[in-house]
Write a new protein. Structure first.
Length: 269
């Protein structure tokens, strides 16, 4: 984790979002506050509908908030940010463009030097095991391969801040493990700040410097847990007592709030 600065790199203060609906106003987020230092990996974990994705869209400058403030290096976010990479649960690739063409879409949109962008795109694809697939189309790839392409596209312009909204949620367990390791390596190589949304407690603990645990809607912060496990982390770390204790702390929050309910199972007499 990077050293704490006087001014956080990314900060959310008293963030509230209220949607209008036919049944009246819906409060998605209620006075959410947390700060993130440069180079820090922070995960948000919470039940479906608690406003995690809403907060991510506000953080990207793609959605207006109702009250509160979102700042990057002390400056309010008032419009769509150009200093970020975004990865969603769905890969959002264009079926009619090749793998390389999908990654280079980022360069075209930003007016980057295309020769340099192509060299970087090829290097990124190689780093995630997709060398030789540059001319393939999304329909010819597995789900994990498509998500790797999506990550490469998000990293093409070397963003200092990466926003990831449940990026591995639709993948099988083995592919998810590999992409978790790939992400850990790529983030370490670039010293990026990452704000990560997941429903997986072990995934959050494995990747994060801190885990922000949210309540059911309206989304509030229930607890923030620092994860003090040495990096780089190997999958075997998930079998340690230390890892299990962090997972237990997060699970306990969900049990106490009723997000997860355990009932006695008694055999009928």
């Amino acid at each position: 984790m990077s050293e704490t600065n006087t001014t956080p790199y990314f900060e959310v203060r008293d963030l509230t979002k209220i949607y209008a609906s036919a049944d009246g106003p819906v409060r998605a987020l209620d006075r959410v506050s947390f700060a993130q230092n440069k180079g820090e990996f922070v995960s948000l974990v919470g039940p479906s509908g608690c406003g995690k994705s809403t907060m991510m869209m506000i953080a990207a400058g793609l959605l207006e908030h109702s009250n509160g403030q979102v700042e990057v290096e002390g400056r309010p976010v008032t419009s769509a940010r150009s200093d970020i990479g975004i990865v969603f649960q769905s890969h959002v690739l264009l079926d009619w463009r090749t793998v390389l063409g999908n990654v280079l879409l980022q360069a075209e949109a930003r007016g980057m030097d295309m020769a340099q962008a192509e060299r970087r795109a090829r290097a990124l694809l190689k780093s995630v095991g997709l060398e030789g697939f540059e001319k393939k189309y999304p329909g010819q790839l597995s789900g994990g391969m498509r998500q790797r392409v999506s990550i490469c596209r998000a990293l093409l312009h070397e963003p200092p801040h990466l926003l990831m909204d449940e990026p591995f949620g639709a993948l099988d367990a083995l592919t998810r493990d590999q992409l978790t390791l790939d992400l850990q390596r790529m983030v370490a190589e670039r010293d990026m700040t990452v704000t990560f949304i997941t429903h997986s407690i072990p995934e959050a603990v494995f990747l994060s410097d801190r885990v922000v645990v949210m309540t059911p809607r309206p989304g509030k912060i229930d607890k923030v847990i620092d994860i003090d496990i040495p990096r780089p982390r190997r999958l075997a770390a998930r079998g340690t007592a230390e890892f299990a204790e962090y997972c237990r702390q997060i699970l306990e929050v969900f049990l106490e709030s009723g997000v997860i309910r355990e009932e006695d199972q008694r055999l009928a007499s």
